[in-house]
Ligand binder design. Structure first.
Ligand code: ADP
Length: 397
């Protein structure tokens, strides 16, 4: 079956058409600047050239219409008719406490997702617009919602409760939810499969290090803790997000810099992380590594701070699970930055970890990067959230 995977943001939309038999993508692309001047759609059929076209996209319905038109285009399309698309899988950012697994989209499900809008005001409304646009244009094609938060719903209260008045949990459901769940689930399952061990009897730590970054602890097949919280701002130092900090900094900065609370939040989300810490060198680790190699001290300190935070979270999750069997690195930085992996692993001698430098310098494959003698295994597993969404979708339809 061909499954269309849609990841709809406020002004962008990523899509992939996946053949569920081969699990290969047969076309993929991106709509950018939806609702803004200069909208662009890029489209790549498997084995073909990438096409980029500037065309007006006043709203998401028009963006989806253009995606469907590209997929069925007589010369460069990959299907003859929309009937050849058997199902649509939508990535939904926040499922709150309502969704512990993926679900077929119905009117009730849409309403329940809407009720989570307060928890992800930038993302969930955009995700819902994507669902609405597909429903308008694809009639009865079954659709599935796959939540970023669902995999983490197995966390126990001691891991998800904050030290705040309990009433805020009761009234507003203020708690840790965690994100990147589809990736943490995919990567931890894949690690067990690749090692030929039982997923339900492993202690796995997944470090999803991309522009957004999070760590999770997966004990005997269930997520028991993760570093992102009510929102994706908590935890690691990220591309532009601060991660953990003393909450008193918010008021302190607001007073010193004469900023409103939302201006401070904007700094924490968009101007902090490795970007802000490096003195605005870049949020991209390639630029930071280059600057570090050229002797830029701020770049070196930034990379050290990033790796130190990752190592501290690994230590915390070793404590949470009373041990660890496998540590996995994934996403843009985790998959592509041997330097980051080796700096993180330097802190992990107490786990008996010894890196295999040759393996650590390879790219783009599921691989163990520790030596055979290493007491704990470290792996690089390229994440594939689209494939994970397609699998979930297939399982439900
Ligand atoms: P997201 O999906 O959160 O936007 P990705 O997982 O695609 O992010 O990761 C993007 C980041 O990966 C880039 O910002 C960059 O820092 C990092 N990255 C990509 N390629 C490399 C590389 N070759 N070396 C180091 N870092 C890389």
């Amino acid at each position: 079956m061909n499954i269309l995977v849609i990841n709809c943001g406020s002004s962008s939309l990523k899509f992939q058409l996946i053949d569920s038999d081969t699990e290969n993508w047969i076309a993929k692309g991106l709509c950018e600047r939806i609702g803004i001047d200069g909208s662009v759609i890029s489209y790549t059929p498997a084995g073909g050239e990438k096409e980029v076209k500037e065309t007006p996209m006043p709203d998401h319905t028009e963006a989806i219409r253009l995606v469907l038109e590209a997929l069925t285009n007589p010369s460069t399309g990959v299907v003859k008719d929309l009937k050849e698309i058997g199902a649509v899988g939508h990535r939904i950012v926040h499922g709150g406490e309502k969704f512990a697994s993926s679900t077929i989209i119905t009117d009730e499900v849409i309403e329940a997702i809407r009720e989570c809008n307060d928890l992800a005001p930038l993302h969930n409304p955009a995700n819902l617009i994507g669902i609405d646009a597909c429903r308008k244009l694809m009639g009865d094609t079954p659709m599935v919602a796959v939540f970023d938060t669902a995999f983490h719903q197995t966390m126990p209260p001691k891991a998800y409760m904050y030290g705040l008045p309990y009433a805020y949990y009761e009234k507003y459901k203020v708690r840790r939810y965690g994100f990147h769940g589809t990736s943490h689930s995919y990567v931890s399952h894949r690690a067990a499969e690749k090692l030929g061990v039982d997923f339900d009897q492993q202690k796995i730590i997944v470090c999803h290090l991309g522009n957004g970054a999070s760590v999770s602890a997966v004990l005997n097949g269930k997520c028991v803790d993760t570093s992102m919280g009510l929102t994706p701002l908590e935890g690691l130092i990220m591309g532009t997000r601060s991660g953990d900090l003393d909450p008193a900094i918010l008021e302190f900065l607001a007073n010193k810099e004469n900023m409103t609370l939302s201006e401070v939040m904007n700094v924490l989300n968009k101007k902090s992380g490795v970007y802000g810490l490096s003195g605005d060198i870049s949020s991209d680790f390639r630029d930071l590594e280059k600057a570090h190699n050229e002797g830029n001290k701020k770049a070196t300190m930034t990379l050290e701070a990033f790796c130190y935070r990752v190592a501290k979270y690994i230590g915390a999750y070793v404590a949470a699970m009373n041990g660890v069997d496998v540590i996995c690195f994934t996403a843009g930085v985790g998959e592509n930055a041997p330097l980051v992996r080796s700096w993180v692993c330097e802190y992990l001698g107490y786990l008996g970890i010894t890196l295999d430098d040759t393996a650590n310098n390879k790219r783009g494959e599921d691989i163990v990067i520790t030596t055979p003698e290493s007491r704990t295994k470290v792996m690089v597993i390229p994440t594939n959230e689209e494939l994970a969404i397609a699998r979930e979708t297939l399982a439900l339809v």
